[in-house]
Design a protein around this ligand. Structure first.
Ligand SMILES: [Zn+2]
Length: 78
């Protein structure tokens, strides 16, 4: 389930954010990186809920055509 958050940026940070193609994805990945640094735990990150992962040869991957982007855990970096 997606949760929408609203953030406030100043002019400098807005310029930086504008250069990041998928800002929401970047925030998600950086939050997970922060969690990993704080806890030492690595939890797989997927863009789709487990019940929606039915793509790929083993029918266990996220939809490769999601508007939010390609799931790196399932499909790797391009
Ligand atoms: Zn995935």
């Amino acid at each position: 389930m997606a949760v929408t958050k609203t953030i406030t940026l100043d002019e400098r940070t807005a310029r930086i954010a504008k250069k990041i193609p998928n800002f929401s994805k970047w925030v998600r990945l950086n939050l997970l990186d922060l969690e990993h640094k704080q806890t030492g735990q690595i939890e797989e990150f997927h863009l789709a809920e487990p019940q929606a992962r039915k793509w790929g040869p083993d029918k266990d991957k996220c939809n490769p055509h999601l508007t939010s982007g390609l799931c790196i855990t399932c499909w790797g970096e391009l």
